[in-house]
Structures are given as structure tokens and as C-alpha cells.
Design a protein around this ligand. Structure first.
Ligand code: FMN
Length: 287
């Protein structure tokens, strides 16, 4: 199995996977079957290089049930015995690339009916760094449990969801803009980009801050990072750059599925950006 799957393919429509995925921190203790592990492994092994071509590594790591939850995630994750662990180079855009590739793997796990939870903060970088055999110049930006959801979320899980407002997302007018960088873009005027943009909107982000701002300028969609004040300094890695990679992943996968061809390109908008935002990259439509 697995080997005959096309590269980075999903069985389920990408929009459905994106809508179905939710962070899950409470698992029922059942270990992952070998068949699912090999499908996950095949997906990881066959991933295309990310947009900035960083060398991203991912590994499936087994931990005796419960132990990793208590030790490696400070009790945030319960009942999971397999983790997806990632490593990224510390260089420029390594974290965006990491977000891009790791989110594809998260969606693949969702496709296999597994629960996941992006964790960039509440886990032991030392412990999971050992598990993946961290090399000089690499960081472990995030890990995720992979497992079967418990019937009911635990107390810590529910508290996390409540404090991050995880069920909510910002509305279109706060995220997407027309070419002048200031006029809110409506779904009606977004045309073919409406669905890929909606998929960006539904993406997970650290503490659900949703720092992505997109400017649609003709055939180009510019991705900007609008940092949340006081957030960056809290963590060992720049989590909001990971968020940008996640948004890029959702955009590319859903654009491709909708039949839109395009490529990633550094094309800083000529005008001085009216929006407070750090330019990351643009997706440019072709053909
Ligand atoms: C880069 C990143 C880091 C995250 N770090 C943590 C974490 O350390 N602990 C945790 O419990 N959840 C973490 N989350 C999960 C977010 O809180 C969650 O994605 C967000 O609240 C939206 O909820 P949803 O994933 O259920 O849609 C992280 C998410 C992302 C994208």
C-alpha cells in the first residue's frame, strides 16, 4: 500500500479535509496500525520540496502511551503514542517551509482519520530533538500527536480551545485586500481565488492569531505577515512564520485542486504597502 499513491495525493477533497481538521489533544490510547504508519511515512517521503526549497525532515516517533503526553507535552496531550516530529534549518524561510510541509502531513493524517494537534510551544524541544536526531543548524519547530480521538475532550484540551477561541476565525475583511492593499476584498470580487482564500482563512495558527494578510493584485496574491504584538518573544521559534507556511500550503493545495496553475515568486508589490505587514512571498497565476 502507499507506494502506488500519486505524489502527495489525498483521497478526500482538500476543502473537506481543511474543514474537518481540528486540533485534538485527548486520545483514546489505541496505537496506530502499521498500515497507517506506512501510509503516513510514504506521504512524508514523497512530499515535493517546499516553496523556498529548505530541507525539511519529518519522522514518526513512537512513545509508550501516556509517557510522551506527560513528559514531552507537559500533560497537554493525553493518550497518544505516536508523534509526528519535524526539523527545519535555522536559515531564512526555513520556518515558512516547515509550516508548508508539516501542514500537508497534518492534512494527510486527517485524510487517514487521525487526530492531530500542531504544537509549537507546549512540548519539550530537547526530548523530541533527541527523537529525530537533531543535526547542527536545525530546530524542531513543532510536533503533533497522531492517534485516535477520545470520545470527549479532556479538561486541558477544552481550556486550550476556549482560551484561544479556536472555533472562531477572523472575517474576510480583516484578512484579504484588493490591489491597493487597503480595500477589503469580498468573496464575490475574488473570483477564482475565493475558495483558496477561504481555505487560508480556515487554517490553524499559533494561539489562533491568524497573522496572514493577503493582497490580491491582478494575477498575483501577495502574502504578508502582520505580527501579533507581544507574541513573538514568547517562544523559542518564530511561530507566526510557521503560520505563514500553513496559509501557503492551504492556498496552493486548494488552488491546484480548483485547476488554477501558478507558482511562488518573490515579487514585492511596487507601491509602499499601506498595510502594516512583512512581505513573505507571492503566488502568481500562470496560463
Ligand atoms: C504553529 C502552531 C503552533 C501551535 N502550538 C500549540 C501548542 O504549543 N499547544 C497547543 O495546545 N496548541 C497549539 N497550536 C494549536 C492552535 O491553538 C490551534 O490550531 C488554533 O487554536 C485553532 O484551532 P483548531 O486547530 O482546532 O482549528 C498551535 C498551532 C499552530 C499552527
Amino acid at each position: 500500500m502507499g507506494m502506488d499513491r500519486p505524489r502527495a495525493a489525498f483521497d478526500t477533497a482538500i476543502g473537506e479535509l481543511i474543514r474537518r481538521r481540528r486540533s485534538w489533544r485527548t486520545y483514546d490510547g489505541r496505537p496506530l496500525e502499521d498500515a497507517k504508519k506506512s501510509l503516513m511515512q510514504a506521504f512524508i517521503d514523497n512530499l515535493d520540496p517546499p516553496p523556498f526549497s529548505s530541507r525539511i525532515r519529518m519522522a514518526l516517533v513512537d512513545e509508550p502511551a501516556g509517557r510522551a503526553g506527560v513528559k514531552g507535552t507537559y500533560g497537554v496531550i493525553r493518550g497518544a503514542s505516536t508523534f509526528l516530529v519535524g526539523a527545519a534549518p535555522q536559515g531564512p524561510r526555513g520556518l515558512e517551509d516547515f509550516g508548508f510541509s508539516f501542514e500537508a502531513a497534518i492534512l494527510s493524517a486527517t485524510d487517514l482519520d487521525l487526530g492531530t494537534c500542531w504544537m509549537g510551544g507546549t512540548f519539550s524541544r530537547t526530548m523530541f530533538g533527541e527523537r529525530i536526531g537533531l543535526r547542527p543548524g536545525e530546530v524542531v519547530p513543532a510536533v503533533s500527536p497522531l492517534g485516535y480521538r477520545a470520545d470527549k475532550r479532556g479538561v486541558v484540551d477544552s481550556l486550550f480551545r476556549f482560551s484561544a477561541g479556536s472555533a472562531k476565525r477572523k472575517p474576510w475583511q480583516e484578512l484579504f485586500f484588493e490591489g491597493d492593499g487597503r480595500t477589503p476584498l469580498t468573496a464575490a470580487s475574488a473570483g477564482a481565488f475565493a475558495e483558496p482564500l477561504e481555505m487560508v482563512r480556515l487554517a490553524p495558527s499559533a494561539a489562533n492569531k491568524q497573522p496572514w494578510r493577503l493582497i490580491v493584485d491582478g494575477d498575483a496574491v501577495h502574502f504578508l505577515l502582520e505580527r501579533t504584538a507581544g507574541f513573538a518573544g514568547l517562544w523559542a521559534v518564530d511561530l507566526q512564520r510557521i503560520d505563514m507556511g500553513i496559509a501557503m500550503c492551504h492556498f496552493e493545495l486548494s488552488a491546484r485542486e480548483a485547476g488554477l496553475a501558478g507558482r511562488w515568486e518573490s515579487r514585492v508589490p511596487g507601491l509602499t504597502l499601506p498595510r502594516r505587514g512583512e512581505y513573505i512571498i507571492s503566488w502568481v497565476r500562470e496560463g
